[in-house]
Write a protein that binds this ligand. Sequence first.
Ligand SMILES: Nc1nc2c(ncn2[C@@H]2O[C@H](COP(=O)(O)OP(=O)(O)O)[C@@H](O)[C@H]2O)c(=O)[nH]1
Ligand SMILES: [Mg+2]
Length: 296
Amino acid sequence: MKSGTAVIIGRPNSGKSTLLNALAGQKVSIVSSKPQTTRHRIIGVLSEKRGQIVFVDTPGVHKPGYRMNQRMLGTVYEQLRGVDLVLHMVDGGIPFGAGENFVLEMVKKTGAPAFLLLNKIDAIAKQRLLPAMDRYGQAGCFMEILPISAATGENLDLLRDRIFEYLPEGEPRYGEDLVTDRTERFLAGEFIREKLLERLREELPYASAVMIRRFDESRRVDRNLVVIDADILVERRSQQGIVLGAGARTLRDLGTEARRDLERLLGCKVYLGLEVRTARNWRNDDALLDQLELGS
Ligand SMILES: Nc1nc2c(ncn2[C@@H]2O[C@H](COP(=O)(O)OP(=O)(O)O)[C@@H](O)[C@H]2O)c(=O)[nH]1
Ligand SMILES: [Mg+2]
């Protein structure tokens, strides 16, 4: 049997989390059009007769400014140690540039076999594919260059086949039912944050976080109910108003949508209590970042 780890790296918004979910067959990593949606290392496990692939999703690679971004980039570097395969993902619609070169240099440094995944081919003109594939071919460090669509699933069967070819022989590391190693409590915070990101503009997505205060399963078996209390953290009082919206309607709608997703995730009823709280400078507060399980 084949068994190993494939780390997905790339710039923000290239489609890494969408790919992870598609390959894991379940939503484990949240997706949005906002950069910095993924702040953690998330795994998605694919188990088949021919073996097991542990996919690792990572925060997008970009220049670190805040302490949080430094810690996130640290997470990426850590994941690249001792991996069996690197999947460098790019948005096929964006021309090659300095940002992409930064990722390319990271890939080269790992010394592991690497694939280049040219994503979003559903949205780009076919005649732009070949030149883009050529450009990455020149880098000389990719075993495969594959055009894919994480969103529609195009070429993902081929991708799986190629990955299994390159993985070493070995025993599966996780049970075949395991899809991710993150706790339900952690995923709950992420699912709420996804709904928040969909509603927020500009700087606010970066300035907000979700902290789960209570994840109470005591009535899960007899009443089929999980009670979740969460704080939405923002950096300024004025941002609190934006999250609440007129008559607290934004927060209420967000809560309704998040609750539906959570009920699907947990397979039971969910009571969700949301509050908005100002935590100035939380992005530079190591104690808070620890509580949010953000890097180390
Ligand atoms: N058209 C198209 N959009 C995609 C594809 N994959 C991802 N996206 C979109 O690109 C945005 C960023 O996706 P996400 O997975 O969060 O990217 P990440 O930041 O690299 O994890 C989201 O709006 C996705 O819906 C794709 O194959 N085709
Ligand atoms: Mg992501």
